[in-house]
Structure formats: structure tokens, C-alpha cells
Design a protein around this ligand. Sequence first.
Ligand code: CTP
Length: 399
Amino acid sequence: MLNGKRILLIVGGGIAAFKSLDLIRRLREQGASVTPVLTRAAQEFVTPLSVSALAAEKVYLDLFDLTDEAEMGHIELSRAADLVVVAPATADLMAKMANGHADDLASTLLMATDKRVLVAPAMNVRMWEHPATKRNTATLVKDGLLFAGPVEGSMACGEFGPGRMSEPHEIMEDIERALSNGPLKGRHIVVTSGPTHEPIDPVRYIANRSSGAQGSAIARALAALGADVTFVTGPATVAPPDGVRVIPVETAAEMLDAVKGALPAKAAVFAAAVADWRMETASDSKIKKDANGAPKLKFAENPDILATVAHLKSGRPGLVVGFAAETDDVVANASAKLARKGCDWIVANDVRPETGIMGGSENAVTLVTADGAEDWPRMSKDQVAAKLADRIAATLSGQ
Ligand code: CTP
């Protein structure tokens, strides 16, 4: 339920604007009040009259509408909400947001607000995949904006692919998460996930079989409890969850930089399967076959991200959780790892191929802490994530 919550809904000018009407209806059904703002282009797709009738509120259209300024200035308008939702967020509106433009009411409100902003992009697949939109999305993610979608599907323009706006019921879930009053509300938690790719040459890399499923589930479970999650992910096969700040990386070195850049945090969970080694020097050009036979690759050890953060003299998160992927003597190895890496907990799992855990949907873990080892029954990765998130919430509530 969203009883008493105030949503400032900015409707951009795209064909998906019609879905904002359904979103308003759903928000009001859940007890939220909706203050709608239409960009000039949005008014070509939905009428101010239908929007204000559904919202049962005045619709705001123009920055220089003096009546509005007399009643409520744009600064107050941007602050009176509990959450700002941009749906649909067009490529143009995202570009404005990423570059700090404030040349109409919508972009000015987005610049002036001190509240969280949830963006639901909607655009043609080529526009979504355009490098400019990718850059803008990365900037907005870095600025702490939350994303709802987009999803893959057929589009009004007849093409198919990612860029379609999430359905209103999906956006509702993201709104509820963003407004959640869960036990981790306001706590910043960093989660690493997925494999890393270490380049050998421009076309080859060292990788591992991690799907990113467990890390993604943990980030989702923490966000569901209200945490403000920074999700630093290598090239995973599982999509990152909605409602978290995603920082995509490729290599261990990039992951370390991203994690350091994301601190301070109340807790950090290191679920990534970081490659232990990289090439001492990756080749700038493709290594060719020649008469000398197979190339001799020279490895260098990667930085240990978990150990680096756990040993920080200042700015160490209050709770540092590592994972241990083991094939033998799981608890003994995990306990040794706990001490060696300087973390507070180790979630140990048995990754022998016959367990089907690596890349599978289930996990059987042992939680190793200073108090000893606790076996959890085999359950889905989502359930492991939920149990771990609950445990983290209980621990942080005492701090
Ligand atoms: N980890 C990390 N940076 C690395 C290697 C590992 O942050 N360069 C983290 C992982 O995210 C995980 C934990 O350390 O939380 C343990 O990873 P694991 O692969 O099990 O341990 P290793 O340090 O690689 O030790 P070993 O290979 O000897 O088992």
C-alpha cells in the first residue's frame, strides 16, 4: 500500500505516455496522491484534461505559468513529493537530465528536487542502444537515479527489442520498493556480482562460469528491505535487478575502482566470482598463430577486492560479507578465508560440478562467522538471498 505517499509524475512525450494513465489509476488505488506534470510533447499523446481527471489534481504544464508560481513555485513542487517518477522517460528527457538542462518545467523540477527519482525509459530499440543514450543512462545511474525497465518487446514503431516501457504494474513494484519503509531504509549497501573478464588480447579473455544469479538475488532482496543498493556487476548472464544503482564493469581492476568509488556504505556483500589472475600485459593486437607454437601467457595476480575493503583503515563498511566457492573441506577453507580476508562473514558454498550450484538456481550454503558455522538447507538462490538480507538487516539494526 502507498497510503499517504505523494508522487510527482512527470510524463514525457512518447507513445507510451498512454500507459501513464493506467499508472495514475493504480497509484491512486493504492492510496497515493499523484501530481502530474506533462512536457510539451507529452501533451501531443495524452490530454491534460484526462490526466488531471484521473489524478484528481491540477496538472502542471509550463514553467512560466504565473498562477502556478503564485500557488506553488517549481521548487516547492519538486520537493513536496515523496518520490519523483518519470514515465515515460524519452531519450530526449534522459539526455536533458544527464546534462543538467532546465529549460522547461519537467527538466527544472528534475534539477531542483531533493527526492529520489525513478525513471521508466521508453524509446525505439535503436535509440535505447545508441551510444549517447548508453552514456546518459550510465550518468543517471551514477547520479543515483533508479530505473524501472525498459523491457524487451514489440514496439509501436513495428520494431522489436529493448526500449519498451515497463508495464504499469511492473513500475508499481519499483515505486513500492523505492518508497519501502523496510528495515534497511536509508542504508547504503554495495554488492558485487557476476564474473570478471580479463582481456588476453582484443578478442579473447579469461572468464569463469558465474551467472551472477546469486549476487543479483541478494541485491534485489536488500533493495526489497529498503536498502539503497549499489550493484557492481561484471558481465553476468542474469539481468541486474530493478531498483538498484547498477555499475557495470569488465575486469577486477575496474570492479575494485567502482567499489571504492561507491563507498562509504553500511555493508558490502562480495558475491562476484572475481578472476584471480589477469594477463600481466594484455596484447593490444590479436595474438596470431605462428611457427613458435602455442603462446606462453604470463599471468599477474588481480587485486583482492574483498580483502582490500575489509582491511581499509578508514571507511570500512560496518559489515563485510564475502563468499567462498569451495570444492573441498568447505567449512575449514571458508573459516581460513574469513581470517585471511579480514571479513565479518563468509557465505560458503560447495561448487563441485555434481552440486549443480554454479550456474544453477539453487544454493546450499554455510554461513561462517566469528561465532562458528551454520549450515543452511538447500534452497533457491532467491531464498538464500532473502535469508541473508534478513540477517544483514538484523545485524545493522543494532549499529
Ligand atoms: N574476491 C574478491 N577479489 C578477488 C578474489 C575474490 O573480492 N580478486 C572475493 C569474492 O567475491 C568472494 C571471496 O573473495 O567474496 C572469495 O572468493 P573465492 O574465489 O572463493 O576465493 P579466492 O580468494 O579466489 O581463494 P581461492 O581461489 O584460494 O579459494
